[in-house]
Design a protein around this ligand. Sequence first.
Ligand code: PLP
Length: 291
Amino acid sequence: MLKYIDTPVTEIHDELFLTAGVRVFIKHEELNHPTVAGNKWWKLKYNLERATTLNHDTLLTFGGAFSNHIYSTAAAANELGLKSIGVIRGEETLPLNETLTFAKACGMHLTYVSREAYRTKTQKEFVDQLTAQFGNFYLIPEGGTNTLAVNGCAEFAREKLPSDFDYVCLPVGTGGTISGIIVGLDGAKEIVGISVLKGGEFLKDEIKKLVWDFSQKEYSNWTLQTAYHFGGYGKKTDDLTRFIERMQEKHSIRLDFVYTGKLLAGIYDLIEKGFYKKGSRILMLHTGGLR
Ligand SMILES: *Cc1c(COP(=O)(O)O)cnc(C)c1O
């Protein structure tokens, strides 16, 4: 089992919240582990358990050169004494960036595939080819999202979220984490996802499917906000950069620009627009992404 550190909840004090009649809290899940840190801890938990039960000694997974999932998987494999292989989208660029330098230092073997080949990564031929090359491995999909990941995030929602809040808000990349939160809360609270992808509407169907596959239930206590992508995945605007700097200076809150910066910027805007009911307690889930 990976180490797990229990994480605090803190409140953000801002005049805007007083006028709007809401309170805003952060669940600091970015502090749950020194390196695996964040929602990826929960997405990996049952995948690691399954891999060990099946006696695998190697994890294989996929991601872009800046992927937090690659970073976390490399760290987790290292801690558990497993080998790991990272199939990276695109050509190798030297010097390696921080993510890949770290992954390599954790012992992850990096292999690069063209963008065209990467698109076929869920097909049998591609996986067979990887098996021919590397032997047996436990495969974790891109972003770590599968039903075992949903199971881990559901456990997080049941056991680690505080109970005194009305809304929980979190960033959405593949939809694995929010799906787990939805099933874990089992109809309680309102769940608000902020898509970090441009054109994130398709994620609503992904989330419905992940929730259904796991629980055979449909829930209506969640929404997905698609207007806070700031240009798309991994992109940022000057407004977003200024917002992140302001949060750091004024409130000592550390945010990344891919996920949690967009999340909190979205929460602020939704408060200004009167989205949340007056008198409510809003919980931001800090999902990590800091180095
Ligand atoms: C991966 C990641 C997400 C997105 O999680 P999904 O389960 O893919 O929706 C959100 N925040 C951070 C910091 C992440 O690294």
